[in-house]
Design a protein around this ligand. Structure first.
Ligand SMILES: N[C@@H](CCC(=O)N[C@@H](CS)C(=O)NCC(=O)O)C(=O)O
Length: 319
C-alpha cells in the first residue's frame, strides 16, 4: 500500500480532533467533514474515521470534478474521435462525486469519445444512490447493463468496447504516464487547492453547489470541509515532502510538457488515454486560483488549450 494511503485519513482525523470544542465535541461535524473530504479531495478509505482502526485512505488529491465551462484556447483544429453509432455503449450511467478526480478521468474519456452518459451524483453522506452495489466507491459506471468499477479499469474496458481490435495498453509510454497521474499528479493537487483558507473556500463553494447535498448540508460542508481540508493539506504537504506546493504543481506541469517532447499530444496528432487522464484531473482546477497560476507560470497552457478544444462539449445529458 502506498504510504500516502495510510496517511490521508489520519490527517483528516487529526484535523477533526484539532477542531474539537471545549467539551470534546467536534466543532466540525465528522460525517460532514468526512463527506466533504471524500467528495472533494478524492480520498478513499476502507474504514471509518472513528479512529478505531487505521484508515486506508488514498489521498488522491484534487479538488472537485468540476465541469467548469470550457473556453477553447487553441487555434489549431483537432477533431474528437468519431465512432460509428453502433459501437457506442448504450445506457451509460456514471455514479460520481462531482469533486472526484477519478470520476473526472472517466468523464474526460466519455466526453472525448462523444459517448452520451447520465450522471448520478452520489451523496457522500448516505451513498444511497449506490446502495445496490457492493463496491462503495466512485466512480461506478454502468454500460450496456454491466456495472464497471475503478476509473482505470472502466476506461480500459470502455476502450476495449470501442476498439475491440486493439490490444489493451499496447503503448508503454501511455501506460507509464497514466500511472504517473494516479501515483504523482493527484498528490500534488490537494496541497494546492487548499493552500490558503481563501482557496479552500473557493473550492468548497463549487463543490457544495454542484455536489449532492441538502440545503443544510451545503452550508455546513462548505465551511467545515474547507476548514478541515485546509489543515489536511498542510499535513499532506509534509507527507509528500512538498515544501512549496505551487513549485511542485509547476514542476509536475513542466514534467508533463517535457513528456510531450514537442508533440501536440502524448498520443501524437490526437490524445491518447494518458492525455485524457492528465486533462481529466486538471480540468476541475483549471479555473481555480491554482489552475490559473499553473497556466500562467508553466508551458502547459498550449497543450491544455488543445485538449479543451479536442474534448469539446460534454456528452453528459440530463435525464
Ligand atoms: N482506484 C479507484 C479509487 C476510487 C476512489 O478512491 N474514489 C473515492 C472518491 S474520489 C471514493 O469513492 N472514496 C470512498 C468514499 O468516499 O467513501 C479509482 O481509480 O476509481
Amino acid at each position: 500500500m502506498r504510504n500516502a494511503q495510510v496517511l490521508a485519513s489520519c490527517l483528516l482525523r487529526g484535523a477533526l480532533i484539532a477542531s474539537r470544542g471545549p467539551a470534546g465535541r467536534p466543532v466540525v461535524d465528522r460525517s460532514i467533514a468526512y463527506a466533504a473530504f471524500h467528495s472533494y479531495s478524492g480520498y478513499s478509505s476502507s474504514t471509518d474515521i472513528s479512529g478505531k482502526s487505521p484508515l486506508k485512505s488514498v489521498p488522491f488529491a484534487l479538488a472537485s470534478a468540476v465541469s467548469f465551462s470550457v473556453a477553447a484556447a487553441s487555434s489549431v483544429a483537432h477533431a474528437k474521435e468519431q465512432l460509428a453509432a453502433e459501437r457506442l455503449p448504450q445506457n451509460v450511467v456514471l455514479y460520481q462525486y462531482e469533486a472526484c478526480p477519478f470520476c473526472n478521468k472517466v468523464k474526460a474519456f466519455l466526453d472525448y469519445h462523444n459517448i452520451p452518459y447520465k450522471v448520478v451524483e452520489v451523496n457522500p453522506l448516505t451513498k444511497k444512490e449506490i446502495k445496490w452495489s457492493d463496491y462503495q466507491k466512485v466512480p461506478i459506471l454502468t454500460a450496456d447493463g454491466e456495472p464497471l468499477v475503478d476509473s482505470s479499469d472502466i476506461i480500459d474496458k470502455m476502450s476495449q468496447k470501442l476498439h475491440p481490435e486493439e490490444p489493451i495498453m499496447k503503448d508503454e509510454e501511455e501506460k507509464k504516464w497514466r500511472k504517473w497521474v494516479d501515483d504523482h499528479l493527484v498528490h500534488v493537487l490537494s496541497p494546492n487547492i487548499y493552500r490558503s483558507t481563501g482557496e479552500a473556500l473557493e473550492a468548497f463553494d463549487y463543490i457544495t453547489q454542484h455536489g449532492n447535498f441538502s440545503f443544510m448540508e451545503r452550508f455546513s460542508v462548505k465551511y467545515a470541509g474547507a476548514a478541515a481540508m485546509y489543515f489536511v493539506s498542510k499535513k499532506l504537504k509534509k507527507r509528500h515532502n512538498i515544501t512549496d506546493e505551487r513549485a511542485a504543481l509547476y514542476e509536475a506541469a513542466e514534467t508533463w510538457v517535457g513528456a510531450l517532447n514537442g508533440r501536440d499530444f502524448l498520443g501524437g496528432s490526437g490524445p491518447n488515454l494518458a492525455d485524457l487522464a492528465v486533462f481529466g484531473v486538471l480540468r476541475p482546477i483549471r479555473y481555480l486560483q491554482s489552475g490559473k497560476d499553473m497556466v500562467e507560470n508553466t508551458k502547459i497552457g498550449e497543450w491544455y488549450g488543445r485538449m479543451e478544444s479536442v474534448v469539446g462539449n460534454s456528452s453528459r445529458f440530463s435525464s
